[in-house]
Design a protein around this ligand. Structure first.
Ligand code: ZN
Length: 129
């Protein structure tokens, strides 16, 4: 069983639920029975096993996502970020590519050009820019 925190998009209720597996269907809200639940990303608790915590891409990017700057929420995410930083220092393969993206359209749609990448000398299709 996995335990997740959820927030109901309809009534705003927050609660923790157990689901049998990651692929289980989203449960219904215990307050209003809506199925519009938003899975909140906290550490997934699996029967005492160690967790790598949330990845950077799942960390809050808005004021609203920190519940308006709630001290405990901000502290929790800051601690999670510090733990993630330490984990990525020990296991660099888990760290995302954090170099700035310089181009991501046209010929770079499949593979964005990042700072430090060599400039491609010719396009595979032979197009001229
Ligand atoms: Zn609800």
């Amino acid at each position: 069983m996995l335990r997740y925190d959820y927030r109901c998009a309809d009534c705003g209720e927050r609660f923790e639920l157990s689901v049998p597996s990651m692929s289980s269907p989203t449960p219904h809200c215990p307050s209003c029975d809506a199925d519009a639940l938003v899975k909140l990303v906290t550490a997934v608790r699996i029967g005492g096993a160690a967790t790598s915590g949330p990845s950077r891409s799942l960390m809050p990017r808005s004021w609203e996502a920190t519940r308006g700057g709630d001290k405990d929420v901000v502290r929790g995410w800051r601690d999670a970020a510090v733990r993630r930083e330490r984990l990525e220092e020990r296991h660099p393969e888990l760290a995302p590519d954090r170099r700035p993206v310089l181009a991501h359209e046209g010929q770079f749609a499949d593979k964005p050009l990042r700072a430090g990448d060599p400039w491609p000398s010719a396009t595979p299709s032979g197009e001229t820019a």
